[in-house]
Design a protein around this ligand. Structure first.
Ligand code: SF4
Ligand code: SF4
Ligand code: F3S
Length: 265
């Protein structure tokens, strides 16, 4: 609690910004606690007050002053085709900026499915050559925090772990923190009893839908998706996609856009 805050440089590549939208809604720990007591968010081209040259100068200064000590957080992925021309930030390609900023980082956090696995931008036919962070940076520890977006408390939980222990959390074989990605949605789903009893929704307007039966036949990917949605849920524990009657589409897994169809089997 009394230690210095960890400097964080948060870059944005090809993305939709909803990982940030999720992050700022964390309720435990609260986003205020994260920003005032755990990290110093020195660069974030979405949330910073400064912009343009001023902000780029801050990024370079932090890289120099906190060499080997700052966290590089990346939201979105990196287009690699045609020298990375499909995403330019501060007058340079995002590809160059990621390489430059990663060089002296202590570790990298890849937010969301975009930065972790590529998401919709690198779905077939991937016209911009969009690549996840781990395809570009090979010599730094990377923690992948997938989901589209990830759950707010999973994001802040990873930061809280690094701030408390000075290390990345234990990771699974895909590089995700085990604490949050060690069970399938299916393992803790409240509709599991219907699955086991063979009671399935067959159409979105049938009686079984009204009764909240299992969504497996509607394409639910819960049996093959590792994430915390059915445990800690969203919006401070309010609900999650299946709780709202929608099948899980596997948004924390690699290649989920190409693993379709989303609906039906
Ligand atoms: Fe948006 Fe999803 Fe990418 Fe996050 S992972 S930036 S929510 S498209
Ligand atoms: Fe499993 Fe999906 Fe059915 Fe829940 S709704 S029990 S996650 S198949
Ligand atoms: Fe994503 Fe499935 Fe959770 S679609 S939000 S992993 S329930």
């Amino acid at each position: 609690e009394t230690g210095p805050r960890t400097p964080v440089l948060w870059l944005h590549g090809l993305e939709c910004t909803c990982c940030s939208e999720s992050f700022i809604r964390s309720s435990h720990p609260t986003i205020e606690d994260i920003l005032f007591n755990m990290i110093s968010l020195d660069y974030d081209d979405i949330l910073s007050a400064a912009a343009g040259t001023q902000l780029e100068e801050v990024r370079r200064r932090i890289m120099k002053e906190y060499k080997g000590k700052y966290i590089l957080a990346i939201e979105g992925n990196i287009p690699t085709k045609d020298d990375g021309v499909y995403c330019l930030v501060g007058g340079d390609s995002f590809l160059n900026t990621v390489k430059e900023t990663a060089a002296d980082a202590a570790a990298i956090i890849a937010w969301g499915n975009c930065a972790s696995f590529g998401c919709v931008q690198n779905a077939h036919p991937n016209p911009t050559g969009a690549a996840p962070v781990s395809d570009i940076i090979k010599n730094k520890p990377i923690v992948k925090v997938p989901g589209c977006p990830p759950i707010a408390e999973v994001m802040t939980g990873v930061i809280a772990h690094f701030h408390t222990f000075g290390t990345l959390p234990e990771l699974d074989r895909l590089g995700r923190p085990k604490a949050f990605y060690n069970t399938r949605i299916h393992d803790k789903c409240y509709r599991r009893a219907f699955f086991d009893a063979g009671m399935f929704v067959e159409s979105f307007d049938d009686e079984a839908t009204k009764k909240g039966w299992c969504l497996y036949k509607m394409g639910c990917k819960g049996p093959t998706t590792y994430n915390s949605c059915s445990k800690i849920q969203w919006n401070g524990g309010t609900s999650f996609p299946i709780g709202s009657g929608h099948p899980c589409i596997g948004c924390s897994e690699p290649g989920f856009w190409d693993n379709g169809p989303f609906y039906g089997r």
